[in-house]
Design a protein around this ligand. Structure first.
Ligand code: GLY
Length: 387
């Protein structure tokens, strides 16, 4: 069974650089790209490999509407903005790298298997309407016309037409090539241990293997996902914990066109024919082990929706660690320490929020003004509001 191999990158580490991005997930790499695009010299330092945390195993659903919980939620607004920015962001990355990210915006089908599911989806439809979004209710016959391999026992589905997906592994490869294509440097296997003020800027200390070293920079961005608390720094305590997710990849399917979700499972069909089936949400710290129970639950739930998956090949079982704060909202913006910024805690929304986080944070860094969409997530606001 194949497993994801995070990208390795061995650029030399300079003594001084404009900006150090700590973390080579989709958030860190997107920020590095946006900063390099603005002419800054960037260095990404990643403790393991590019995409080794949450991004490399994630399904890549772009679903701010499906996941909207409160119609006035700043997170829903940031998510919708990020979804709007996706096509031009991906185009810019692809233009530099030449590597497609497989962005697809065919919409999401939120399938009701029971009457309870249906009532819950109709409530969600109300929220979507208040957000100004058209989300269409389809009866079972209409759903099956669009997706004939779904179970005939379904009740209907809500169709969120604007949503879609991107292939996070392709996007990480594309971002890696694009950052380097713009003259940025990316070094994997380089855990950062400490960031502290020094020599009129910031000194980032870490190691490569057993060799310790430091880099001086004007700007440091802490974007280390679930590992953000492992870096000592004088900024606010972030309190990010890992939330384990197990996710499966099936091949030989070709059964679906849209992203399909039900309360206990989601299915994401890639252009390559791969079908991603996710995902568990587990409070088990950094436990890296896949479990028989999770695989069995996910396959069972997926099979209730799409009986034909029975004949697909089980290609991969992967474990990822979503970075979650106590209130499940991200922390993005400047800290009280000059030059030190954070972008972490994206929990279930890292792939969706990558363009908005990167563009708005890069704008904040270069102009000194925090964009209104980022204000609710600024470290100062979040620390005060923290329970
Ligand atoms: N965004 C989907 C997940 O976290 O499983």
């Amino acid at each position: 069974m194949e497993q994801w191999n995070p990208i390795q990158s061995h650029d030399p580490i300079p003594d001084r650089v404009g900006a150090v991005i700590v973390g080579g997930g989709i958030i860190g790499m997107s920020i590095a790209f946006e900063m390099a695009r603005r002419g800054l010299q960037v260095l990404v330092l990643e403790r393991d490999g590019i995409g080794s945390g949450a991004s490399g195993v994630s399904a890549g659903m772009l679903a701010p509407v499906s996941e909207a919980e409160h119609e006035t939620s700043p997170l829903a607004r940031l998510g919708l903005h990020s979804l709007d920015r996706y096509p031009s962001f991906v185009r810019a990355v692809e233009d530099v790298s030449g590597i497609p990210c497989d962005l697809r915006l065919e919409g999401t089908l939120l399938v009701a298997r029971t009457r309870d599911d249906e009532a819950e989806l109709l409530h969600l439809q109300g929220i979507q309407r208040r957000l100004g979004l058209v989300a269409e209710w389809l009866d079972a016959r209409e759903v099956l016309q669009r997706e004939p391999h779904l179970s005939p026992r379904i009740h209907g589905a809500l169709f969120a037409a604007r949503e879609g997906q991107v292939d996070p592994r392709a996007m990480l490869r594309s971002l890696h090539a694009a950052v380097r294509g713009l003259g940025g440097r990316v070094r994997t296997g380089a855990p950062v241990e400490r960031i502290e003020p020094g020599r009129g800027g910031l000194v980032v200390q870490g190691r490569v293997g057993d060799v310790r070293g430091s880099v001086w920079c004007e700007v440091a961005v802490l974007a280390a996902g679930a590992w953000s608390d492992a870096v000592r720094h004088p900024g606010p305590a972030l309190r990010v914990r890992p939330v384990k997710g197990q996710i499966l990849r099936l091949t030989g399917c070709g059964l679906l066109r849209h992203v399909v979700r039900a309360p206990d499972v989601y299915l994401v069909p890639r252009s390559s024919g791969e079908l991603v089936v996710g995902a568990t949400v587990e409070e088990r710290g950094f436990d890296p082990h896949p479990t028989a129970g999770a695989v069995s639950d996910l396959l069972w739930a997926a099979r209730l929706l799409v009986p034909g998956i029975y004949d697909c090949a089980l290609q991969e079982v992967a474990v990822g660690f979503r970075p979650a704060t106590r209130d499940a909202l991200p922390v993005i913006g400047p800290t009280h320490v000059p030059g030190l910024y954070v972008a972490t805690g994206h929990f279930r929304h890292g792939v969706l929020l990558a363009p908005a986080t990167a563009e708005l944070l890069a704008e904040t860094i270069t102009t000194g003004r925090v964009h209104p969409l980022l204000e609710p997530f600024s470290p100062a606001a979040r620390v005060e509001a923290r329970p």
